[in-house]
Write a protein that binds this ligand. Structure first.
Ligand code: UT7
Length: 336
């Protein structure tokens, strides 16, 4: 009797990297002054505590897939990868309001990515960096040659405009990147994890069945314990950044850019200080006029640093996403 047959395994590329990036910010710009009355706040307080001056809001009829499509087309045009070359489409989002099918499946169809697998992931503000880690492993493992990853949120649908703790923070937008083969390392080892013991720190306030059982109940919205998340981010996430640097064998002074999730400008500045980043490292401070766009924030900030010429194409950057879960993921990358 012969033994079990040895499987034939696919082989991937030696390494992977981001080849192109694209972002989309909806047209409507909302200044703090438009929000403050409903939450008994002030422009000054919001700027001082979060750094945010304005954010973008999607139109009522603009869906996460609509926004993702624009960002994805830009990212693909950016590197010349076409829809028929995509082996997988991954969408990171927590605001696609259909339980099924995935936003990725519809996005793939609208792009014409007829040969691509497609699925969504739920890792909130850490979603893009999770998708990047998956894409890196897929390209190297041979399950896809080119992977489109998108972080997209329409948080306007999930935020209570009367909630003092969150109404001013969040914005809408989409950011995408194409990940493909490379002869040299372009995406470093990911450092990631989740602390479910703090799951209630950022959460949908009630499950969907509450609405089913009581149709008069208000639509579920996000609730956030800002101080709890702030403390966790400042004290736990800088060490995660350092681990990502160490695992990649890159020193802070070798970075061209630091692109953390845009949750709060004070968290960004605290991380810069804790990491001891020298002045030549470009730091993403996109939150000032984009707000916190959750899964979209890292790619949106990356695109802006590149477009402004603050960070060089082909430069080395440290990325970190963190948020509800509480989940986090960080990696060193070569910028597209
Ligand atoms: O993206 C996912 C991850 N999310 C985050 O990382 C968010 C992290 N957290 C934060 O960014 C901050 O906690 C916030 C920006 C949300 C809040 O800033 P804070 O400095 O932590 O404010 P706080 O909750 O400690 O409140 C300070 C004071 C309080 O007044 P007293 O008790 O000192 O008199 C609040 O009542 O500010 C008051 N306050 C406000 N005042 C004006 C709370 N919210 C507001 C408001 N406007 N919207």
């Amino acid at each position: 009797m012969s033994g079990a047959p040895a499987f034939t395994m696919g082989t991937g590329a030696p390494y992977a990297r981001m080849l192109g990036v694209g972002g989309y910010r909806p047209a409507r710009i909302v200044p703090n002054s438009e929000l403050v009355e409903r939450i008994d706040s002030s422009d000054e307080w919001i700027r001082e505590r979060s750094g945010i001056q304005t954010r973008h809001r999607a139109a009522d009829d603009e869906s996460v897939v609509d926004m993702a499509l624009i960002a994805a087309e830009k990212a693909m045009a950016n590197c010349g990868v076409t829809a028929d070359q995509l082996g997988c489409v991954i969408v990171a989002t927590v605001t696609h309001l259909l339980q099924t099918p995935s936003a990725a499946a519809v996005l793939g169809y609208r792009l014409g990515a007829t040969k691509a697998a497609a699925f969504d992931i739920s890792a909130a503000c850490a979603g893009f960096c999770h998708a990047l880690a998956l894409a890196n492993d897929m390209v190297r493992g041979g399950s896809a040659e080119y992977v489109l990853i998108v972080g997209v949120e329409k948080l306007t649908d999930m935020v209570d405009p009367y909630d003092r703790g969150s109404a001013f923070i969040f914005g809408d937008g989409a950011g995408a990147a194409v990940v493909g083969p490379s002869d040299v390392p372009g995406i470093g080892p990911v450092v990631w994890g989740a602390d479910g013991s703090q799951a209630d720190a950022i959460t949908q306030d009630v499950p969907w069945q509450t609405l089913r059982d009581d149709p008069t109940h208000k639509f579920p919205t996000l609730s956030m314990n800002g101080q709890q998340v702030f403390r966790w981010a400042v004290f736990q996430m800088a060490p995660v950044c350092q681990q990502a640097l160490d695992k990649a064998g890159v020193r802070a002074d070798q970075l061209d850019a630091f692109i953390p999730h845009q949750a709060n400008l004070r968290i960004v500045e605290a991380m810069v200080k804790k990491l001891g980043l020298p002045a030549h490292v470009a730091v993403a401070r996109d939150i000032v006029d984009t707000g916190n766009t959750s899964a979209a924030s890292v790619p949106l900030a990356m695109e802006r640093l590149l477009d402004n010429g603050e960070a060089p194409h082909g430069g080395t950057a440290l990325l970190i996403g963190y948020g509800a879960g509480l989940a986090y993921a960080a990696q060193v990358v070569t910028l597209p």
